[in-house]
Design a protein around this ligand. Structure first.
Ligand code: GDP
Ligand code: CA
Length: 311
């Protein structure tokens, strides 16, 4: 059996934690977004890969929801002394990851290889695969015609500004990771995690070939809605959907995902929209999807597996 998850950051990381609890971790694979990656101070930072790794390792900081627990910030303080750019905080522990990744990439290793080394060092038995070993970069268009990098929008501006569009620079030339292709093609269950549909799942689908691979097996795919009661639990997914002219609801998600998956799992608070999801072209399953209590994520993963393999 195998359980493959299209993954962004926090929502996917929580889902993956449930999947490794529910199944043999060796059968679980995350295909992870890399369009949030950035080079800072010469270091290659991969926020979604690290969020998944640290969460699965039980080492994510529970309060911040990103970075490592028991973190200290001495390197950032020293950087500030020199007037260096410290708007994107890298903790002292976290810096070790970025130093290692950067050095290995510099030596010629692929991001897939380095990620395997990092996850193994954290004791993870599941696989995290960057969707591509090439660089792709989410760029965000603003109402004043400027275009900025995703982290500048998300972290620098705290996503407090209206957007007019997003694009994934480099995606057209990027090659889908061969390991990811193999995982997806052989997947028994394929789950679109509750991640930001525009800037986490969007860039995965922008890598040539992935959307076709997913659509070809639509009947065996399931998505978990990242929108609950019309809102994102955290982050700008709801705003971004509205600003791009879509509906911030499970129905809006169904319209976006209907060619990719046959089924959409929606939260109990959206029960009254189940019929509208079906009208939009997806079968709907209603169950608890807020993965903040023990057992919820594992139950969700089991349900997703049964839905996809029962078809
Ligand atoms: P990132 O961490 O910024 O990369 O963000 P993600 O790609 O994970 O996307 C954030 C989305 O995940 C938001 O729409 C959240 O509502 C959703 N999300 C986070 N945690 C959960 C959860 O426990 N359940 C569900 N259904 N969605 C979640
Ligand atoms: Ca992200």
């Amino acid at each position: 059996m195998s359980h493959v998850v299209l993954a962004g950051g926090v929502g996917a990381a929580r889902y993956l934690t449930g999947a490794v609890e529910a199944f043999d971790p060796a059968t679980v694979t995350g295909v992870v977004n890399v369009a949030d990656d950035l080079v800072l101070h010469g270091l290659h930072v991969s926020p979604d890969l690290d969020t998944c790794t640290y969460t699965l390792a039980g080492a994510i900081d529970p309060e911040r929801g990103w970075g490592l627990v028991d973190e200290t910030w001495q390197a950032m303080a020293e950087l500030g002394r020199y007037g260096g750019a410290n708007w994107f905080s890298l903790g002292d522990r976290d810096l070790g990851t970025h130093l290692y990744r950067t050095a290995r990439l510099h030596d010629g290793a692929t991001l897939t290889e380095v990620t395997a080394e990092i996850t193994a060092a954290w004791g993870l038995a599941c696989r995290l695969l960057p969707v591509t070993d090439d660089r792709i970069e989410t760029r965000v268009g603003l109402t004043d015609d400027r275009e900025i990098g995703f982290q500048e929008y998300f972290v620098g501006m705290q996503h407090s500004i209206d957007i007019t569009g997003v694009r994934f620079a480099g995606a057209e030339q990027a090659r889908l990771s061969p390991t990811a292709i193999e995982a997806i093609t052989g997947a028994e269950a394929l789950v679109i995690a509750p991640s930001n549909p525009i800037v986490s799942i969007g860039p995965l689908l922008a890598v040539p070939g992935l959307q076709e691979l997913i659509e070809a097996r639509r009947e065996h795919n399931v998505a978990v809605s990242p929108i609950i009661g019309g809102a994102a639990l955290k982050g700008p997914a709801d705003r971004m959907l509205r600003e791009l002219g879509e509906e911030s609801s499970v129905v809006g998600i169904a319209r976006r995902y209907r060619n990719l998956a046959a089924t959409l799992v929606i939260d109990e608070v959206d029960r009254e929209l189940a019929a509208a999801v079906e009208d939009a072209g997806m079968r709907s399953i209603v169950m608890p999807t807020i993965m903040n209590q023990p057992g919820v994520a594992a139950a969700l993963a089991r349900a997703c597996h049964d839905i996809t393999t029962g078809v």
